[in-house]
Design a protein around this ligand. Structure first.
Ligand code: ZN
Length: 271
């Protein structure tokens, strides 16, 4: 059995070999309710800057079970705007699965809205051009929906042109979820799904069909319950699969098989 964490980040100081070791240790820990621990942990290392994408690519070169994505996170949009780097070196890499992490973050607003929009559009164009799905991050200021409105507008053009996308760590509302579903969108579920207070996320995710959900950790952030607050690794994705499965009357093994197959289909992993 294999399990697929479709979104995580490396810390700059992580050493590849010990990172893999910690991830597999966590996988065993996270599978206490499984009858069988998955023997293989597939991982998609998300780039969020030029340097981060390079490192994600190095990790994918190092480990057979690691793939990667390249992109500019909205936090880094302003820096990228000033110091444009050439992402074409990633284009033909056999382990490049997606363009991301890209998106809009008006909560922190580290880059102004116009800059975020133009960088996002540029990378969505790249995703179309390179025939890769886009992996998005969306966050609004409290009580505001500008980021979702802007994303709906950009993604409608993108999906009409044949683009495929996932909104990672989906925390939007049900109405928007329906609109993204109509555009063919997928939704990423993280350890946040297991947090006691995250009723709204569980409610929203409940309307998403099984075949549009991907499991992820967003590690090193968002360690699932009962390890909340701890440093997170891709192995903890087993707890996300178990929790999401439980809400759909699926035992952990069946849930793991379902959401791993979704990830492999969406990212077109053949083996
Ligand atoms: Zn992320």
């Amino acid at each position: 059995m294999e399990i697929f964490d479709t979104h995580f980040h490396l810390d700059p100081e992580d050493d590849f070999s010990s990172f893999l070791q910690r991830s597999y240790d966590d996988l065993r820990l996270a599978c206490s309710d499984y009858r069988e621990v998955p023997s293989k942990l597939l991982m998609l290392c998300a780039g969020g800057s030029y340097a981060g994408s390079l490192r994600a690519m190095e990790f994918a070169d190092y480990a057979e079970e690691v793939w990667f994505s390249c992109g500019v996170h909205p936090h880094d949009a302003a820096e990228y705007h000033l110091d444009r780097r050439d992402f074409s070196i990633f284009k033909d890499h056999r382990k490049l699965l997606a363009i991301g992490e890209i998106g809009l973050d008006y909560f922190y607003g580290f880059s102004d809205r116009d800059t975020q929009l133009s960088v996002l559009q540029e990378f969505l164009d790249m995703a179309l051009d390179w025939d890769k799905p886009a992996m998005l991050h969306l966050r609004d200021k409290d009580n505001c929906r500008q980021a979702y409105d802007d994303a709906l507008a950009l993604l409608s053009g993108f999906s009409n042109a044949g683009g495929r996308f996932v909104i990672h760590c989906y925390a939007g509302n049900q109405d928007d979820a329906r609109k993204f579903l109509d555009m063919g969108g997928y939704f990423g579920v993280t350890g946040m799904y297991t947090f006691k207070a995250a009723h709204n996320i569980r409610e929203t995710i409940s309307i998403i069909p099984d075949d549009r959900l991907l499991i992820e950790t967003d590690s090193p952030y968002l360690a699932p319950v009962p390890y909340r607050g701890r440093n997170n690794t891709p192995g903890m994705v087993a707890l996300v699969a178990a929790s999401l499965g439980a809400s759909r009357q699926l035992p952990p093994e069946a849930s793991t098989a379902l959401f791993t197959a979704n990830g492999k289909r969406f990212y077109r992993i053949k083996e």
